[in-house]
Design a protein around this ligand. Structure first.
Ligand SMILES: Nc1ncnc2c1ncn2[C@@H]1O[C@H](COP(=O)(O)OP(=O)(O)OP(=O)(O)O)[C@@H](O)[C@H]1O
Ligand SMILES: [Mg+2]
Length: 386
């Protein structure tokens, strides 16, 4: 930090150096002086000067040329030029180089004091302005951070509210069915249907808990810890084995279009399974009987592209933006009677984001949807994560 009262005089006339000292020291300034511009620059680099008085004409260098070097060291040092003859050109050139003012020899003690005081006042104001700007930027940053945290907190609270509600409703339903049975309101012929309803709600609850566990796990496990080079095609074929019976029972044809030689991705194998499972599960469950689901897998320029296209109910355009938020289900999906908790796509997006990839949707109501993802190929992402 520079000393407000510390002044340096660089002038090859020893008389000027002494004169300035005599004039300024009694008014409370600390003054150093040198007749050499080289030594002057050295003192500036080592010292903490607020103001420098510079002679224009010196054997080693012109005072005007020194201003650049002084300001490179500290832009807030006030430079005042001392000159034997003041011309307009010289004044313009000095100001252009960053001089604050100039004094013409011979000058009075009053002239000197006035120039020095004004120069230091300018410096004080400029430092204050700089501090205010920095403080403003800091407080803006803090305000932004605060609103980001508030938003996060709000989203978390909303998530907990939704989870609680979603966990509560199947239990409430099962409990009221059980109460009906216990209190004798269910005839023996109604019993199988009620038991079926209970079982369906219990299944729903289990699926929700499984999704929640998966989401929770994703937050604690880092990809690095569980990452391996995974072949998406092999995982896809495994997942298809488990989906196929469901597709067959609804006469939905699954078509596979896989390019040969797809490179592996660096990922958690369980997450890759979950990625395919959620996309295929949706494609099959939101496609009416006799439809088809086409799965494509290809590689392009360092990324693996996966695509699941169905001939299903589609997603209304106004609802597409909310697809990847917790518990969101489009109106047509809810009205179709197909069960779901609205967490599958959240899981998909988190997995793909975690792998540095992207998810996209194209859809037309009543005609079908295409969900696609792009993930960096294993070797490339391995290089990037090093
Ligand atoms: N292939 C699709 N065709 C039509 N709508 C879809 C499709 N995939 C997703 N959706 C819509 O997006 C919503 C969210 O999907 P998501 O997989 O997150 O939840 P879900 O299938 O309802 O429940 P689950 O958590 O059991 O997967 C669905 O409810 C549905 O409205
Ligand atoms: Mg789903």
């Amino acid at each position: 930090m520079s000393d407000t009262n510390h002044i340096l005089v660089i002038d090859d006339e020893i008389g000027i150096c002494e004169g300035v000292k005599r004039a300024l020291i009694p008014t409370g300034y600390r003054v150093d002086a040198t007749i050499s511009s080289t030594e002057g620059l050295e003192l500036i680099r080592k010292g903490h000067y607020s103001l420098v008085l510079l002679d224009v004409k010196m054997p080693e260098a012109s005072g005007i040329d020194l201003i650049g070097s002084i300001h490179a060291h500290d832009p807030e040092i006030v430079c005042i030029i001392i000159t034997g003859y003041a011309t307009v050109e010289m004044a313009v050139s000095a100001i252009k180089q960053g001089a604050y003012d100039f004094l013409t020899k011979p000058f009075s003690v009053d002239d000197l004091n006035l120039a020095v005081n004004q120069g230091l006042e300018r410096r004080r104001l400029s430092l204050e302005a700089r501090r205010t700007t920095a403080a403003e930027a800091e407080s803006r940053k803090l305000a932004e951070e605060k609103s980001r945290l508030e938003e996060l907190d709000r989203a978390k609270k909303q998530f907990i509210r939704l989870v609680t509600h979603e966990l509560q409703s199947p239990i409430d339903a099962i409990q009221s069915y059980l109460n009906l049975i216990r209190d004798g309101y269910v005839s023996p012929d109604q019993l199988p249907e009620i038991i079926e309803k209970c079982a369906a709600r219990a299944d729903e609850q289990r699926a929700l808990i499984a999704d929640l566990l998966e989401l929770g796990q994703m937050e604690t496990l880092t990809t690095q810890r569980t990452a391996a080079l995974v072949r998406l095609e092999a995982v896809l074929r495994e997942v298809l084995d488990s989906i196929q019976p469901r597709a067959d029972s609804r006469k939905i044809k699954i078509i596979l279009q896989v390019e040969p030689g797809i490179p592996p991705v660096l990922a958690d194998p369980g997450q890759c399974r979950s990625l395919w499972l959620n996309l295929l599960d949706n494609a099959v469950k939101y496609t009416p009987e006799n439809g088809s689901v086409t799965v494509r897998l290809r590689a392009k320029a360092g990324v693996i592209v996966g695509q699941v296209t169905d001939t299903g109910i589609g997603i209304p355009p106004e609802e597409r933006a909310r697809l990847f938020t917790e518990f969101f289900r489009a109106r047509n999906a809810r009205e179709s009677g197909v069960r779901g908790t609205g967490l599958g796509l959240v899981i998909v997006k988190r997995i793909v984001d975690g792998l540095g990839g992207q998810v996209a949707v194209r859809s037309e109501v009543g005609r079908g949807s295409t969900f696609s993802f792009e993930i960096p190929a294993g070797m490339d992402s391995l290089e990037e994560r090093k």
